[in-house]
Design a protein around this ligand. Structure first.
Ligand code: C2E
Ligand code: MG
Ligand code: MG
Length: 432
């Protein structure tokens, strides 16, 4: 009787939950009734055990379990089906709305912080819901469906619930298949980097490159990052892929230097998940491997990447800055960063998002936003780059407002490494 119970909070484990589900399925079938399965996951469990240790993790799980137990009805079953994954069987649910209310009540129990080792910790929870017989008709499939819904709730930002929908399962399958293709593509060397020039409007000189990832998929041609980066971010493949991008950009820079070309800084995009899982030393090690001066490398991050895990991001950025590695805020203006937070952010450059540059100079609002960002960057002592400059009028407006660094089709499209080397060679001749 003890074995199927979880050692820690004394809850049914996965195997027991599955057999209890079998019983619920039988009963619901006999009476033509409905019931719900909820899967719950904590957003900060790993972070807490990593920083406070496993004992704190155990205490946290106990607290979570008792908060769930007191929130649901006595007839409901609470179990633990993974490290920080809980399942709840709501046996008397006649419609979806009731399961939703129960989920909201459980989530509300996590609005209060948990006291651990004398300090308060907010442990956000997310919940996925599957209904019998609407979404699945076996124990395992019910849990899988609730898990798929949980995944969607987390992707939508967490601290919320989501119901299972067939599209979610289809999407999960597509993501898995694409993830497999991406991993194989990396092993087969199908990825390459293109380089888009950053150009000075004062004398048209080449001031840097941004490395942009391309997938040369046999039989499909060049696939742009918008089609696979979000999935790679989702599945976690972005971490090895992002490491490859930085390594490849550094390898290319080293090759250019060894050929006698005078290099310019190369910017590499770092996705939120990649930033969360790496330290400044990890990035530094890749750059050092190619014996490059750190100021030849710039990392581009979005505001969202910083906001997701502010403490970690701030410490990584500060360490990068101390190492002399440049950091740019990409797509600036599209996130939700406040001025006070921008002031604290140890970055070197702001990149004005293309969506604002697009409207210049015909849209009054965009003119205002762009000129304000330029003035703000100036005030904070940051460099500013305008993205997506396609027309001469846009360049004129930017120059007039003292933004002299641009990246866009007007001054150069992303090109393969060979053509990028030609641009470096031209530069060498001009300065000679
Ligand atoms: P981003 O970092 O903002 O890169 C700029 C994007 O704008 C690039 O699209 C570039 O080709 C495009 N672009 C540049 N100038 C113009 C212009 O004048 N007009 C228009 N219409 N477009 C312009 P791309 O290469 O498709 O990349 C899209 C996004 O994918 C990037 O946005 C970046 O967020 C992401 N990405 C690209 N490579 C990587 C990578 O290696 N790692 C990660 N994590 N993300 C990447
Ligand atoms: Mg970028
Ligand atoms: Mg951008």
């Amino acid at each position: 009787r003890l074995a199927p119970r979880d050692r820690l909070p004394g809850l049914p484990n996965r195997a027991l939950i599955e057999s209890l589900l079998d019983t619920s399925i039988e009963r619901a079938r006999r009476h033509g009734r409905r019931f719900a399965v909820l899967c719950l996951d904590l957003s900060r469990f790993k972070l807490i055990t990593d920083t406070l240790g496993h004992h704190a993790g155990d205490l946290l799980l106990q607290e979570v379990a008792s908060r769930i137990v007191v929130t649901v009805r006595a007839s409901d079953t609470v179990g633990r089906i993974g490290t920080d994954d809980f399942a709840v069987i709501l046996d008397e649910v006649s419609e979806a709305k009731e399961a939703e209310i129960a989920a909201q009540r459980i989530l509300a129990a996590f609005d209060e912080p948990v006291l651990l080792m004398g300090t308060e910790h907010y442990v956000g929870a997310s919940i996925g819901i599957a209904l019998f017989p609407d979404h699945a008709d076996s124990a395992q499939e019910l849990i899988r469906s609730a898990d798929t819904a949980l995944y969607a709730a987390k992707r939508a930002g967490g601290k919320r619930h989501a119901f299972f929908r067939k599209e979610l399962a289809d999407q999960a399958h597509r993501h898995l298949a694409l993830d497999r293709d991406l991993r194989a593509a990396l092993a087969r060397g199908e990825f390459q980097l293109h380089y888009q020039p950053k150009v000075s409007l004062i004398d048209q000189s080449l001031e840097g490159f941004e490395a942009l990832l391309r997938w040369d998929k046999p039989g499909f041609g060049m696939i742009s990052p918008g089609e696979f980066i979000p999935v790679a971010e989702d599945t976690g493949f972005i971490v090895p892929l992002g490491d490859w991008v930085l390594d490849e950009a550094c390898r290319q820079l080293r090759e250019w230097i060894d050929r006698g070309l005078e290099p310019v800084p190369v910017a590499v995009n770092i996705s939120p998940r990649h930033l969360r899982q790496r330290s400044a030393e990890d990035f530094r090690r890749i750059i050092d491997r190619h014996r490059l001066s750190p100021d030849l490398v710039e990392l581009e991050i979005t505001e969202g990447a910083v906001m997701q895990d502010m403490d970690h991001a701030l410490s990584v950025l500060a360490a990068l800055k101390a190492m002399g590695i440049r950091v740019a805020v990409d797509d600036f203006g599209t996130g939700h960063s406040s001025l006070s937070y921008l002031k604290r952010l140890p970055v070197t450059t702001l990149k004005i998002d293309r969506s604002f540059v697009n409207g210049v100079p015909s849209e009054r609002e965009d003119n205002g936003i762009v000129s304000t960002i330029i003035a703000m960057a100036d005030m904070l002592g940051l460099d500013v780059v305008a993205e997506g400059v396609e027309k001469q009028e846009q360049a004129n407006f930017l120059r007039h407002h003292n933004c002299t660094l641009v990246q866009g089709w007007l001054t150069g499209r992303p090109v393969p490494a060979g053509q990028a080397a030609d641009l470096l060679a031209v530069r060498l001749r001009r300065t000679a």
